[in-house]
Write a protein that binds this ligand. Sequence first.
Ligand SMILES: C[S@@+](CC[C@H](N)C(=O)[O-])C[C@H]1O[C@@H](n2cnc3c(N)ncnc32)[C@H](O)[C@@H]1O
Length: 274
Amino acid sequence: MLSYQHAFHAGNHADVLKHWCLLETLLYLQKKDKPFDYIDTHAGDGLYSLKSQAALKTGEASAGVLKLIDNQPEVLKNYLDVVLSYIAQHKYPGSPKLVQQHLRSGDHAWFFEMHPQAITNLQKKLASKTGCFVKTEDGFKGLLSLLPNKNKRALVLMDPSYEIKADYRTVVETVEKAYKKMPQTVFLLWYPVVDREQITQLEKHFKKTVLKNVHLFEMGVADDANKGMTASGMIVVNPPWTLPEQFKSGFGEVSQRLSEDGIARTRYELLIAE
Ligand SMILES: C[S@@+](CC[C@H](N)C(=O)[O-])C[C@H]1O[C@@H](n2cnc3c(N)ncnc32)[C@H](O)[C@@H]1O
């Protein structure tokens, strides 16, 4: 039984990094006329209220995206342009909502979700948009059933909550299986840093795969020795070539603004070269 609910965390520091990465990659792919499929293996609710009991209880959006509204960092321009219109209505868009509004005719989006409440919310929030499909099944298996796709172009967001510890293994195995089916796919995998050793192992597992062109982007808001999620990262396969430079030049400021002690913590690694 899944218990994780993203409503408690929507708009936190991890969402800032994840949704920046998602939006920049999506906009880059759309520079080409050719349609593509977006596959969200762990979709969540789609849209969140910043006034819900859950959001107010944790205050994570207040310590996250809401800290960036005045004096906006340049690197977040595209992301904040989209997100601010939701924040004005005391809402925060999840990955499905962010992507849905950018879909062109011919692009398709597949949203996998298994939590009953999240499914209901997702179906309501994405109602009647052509080209969008909500699938109430396991996103890891669903991804593999969709590749290779007709247009031979796909963007995948894999964003598990890792409440099942096996997910740290499953993400690597699933990305590798999907890559073997369609190596040109762009994969965005999110990970939390709660236990640094777990992430060191995750990186090692990636390095043992057949994958090429794998980059890691990480942003922290507290020292690793602290409790809780002190940082999070994105492992990106086949990123836009512009993404590493954007991150390296711009995310120090974002991290510093969001960190508990005013210290910037970012990490970029080329995990596996092309
Ligand atoms: C971190 S949230 C997703 C947030 C969303 N991607 C966003 O950026 O707005 C993770 C979601 O994955 C769902 N989930 C967990 N295991 C799943 C699985 N095997 N397949 C599909 N969804 C799953 C959970 O119910 C939860 O809603």
